[in-house]
Write a new protein. Structure first.
Length: 134
């Protein structure tokens, strides 16, 4: 798992499936969008099986406090730089895409630490834990 980029935005261009048109999406009052560009790679390309991490296991902190929340625009974004996280690692050596969250607008991109934690699965007490800062 590699965090390639982190950016904040006040609005993003998104697509409304119901209306069939693009619109300028805004986060909840007092918030900003935070986009994380993530890259997932197979550890061993000779292996047939590789699973994707659960995207819900990523969160942001600022000053040691959890400040992130999910965003309704993830997957509907229509920015030139945006690509969704799609596919399975079983079928390709790596996957790169963006994950959207919302945070209070008082924080700058450099204030954030990206966290990831995932349990080892059934019968395992080993977890994968990682943190990234800019």
């Amino acid at each position: 798992i590699v965090v390639e980029d982190l950016r904040t935005q006040d609005t993003v261009t998104a697509y409304d499936d119901f209306d069939g048109e693009e619109f300028e999406a805004e986060p909840d009052d007092g918030n900003q969008f935070v986009a994380l560009q993530l890259r997932f790679e197979k550890r061993d390309e000779t292996e047939d099986y590789a699973s994707m991490p659960d995207l819900g296991n990523f969160w942001l902190t600022a000053g040691g406090t959890d400040v992130s929340d999910g965003s309704y625009v993830d997957g509907e974004v229509r920015e030139d730089w945006y690509a969704p996280i799609e596919g399975e690692l079983e079928n390709q050596p790596e996957i790169t895409g963006w994950l959207f969250m919302e945070t209070p607008s008082e924080y700058a991109a450099t204030d954030f630490t990206v966290h990831f934690e995932e349990g080892g699965g059934f019968g395992s007490n080993v977890s994968t834990v990682a943190a990234w800062e800019q």
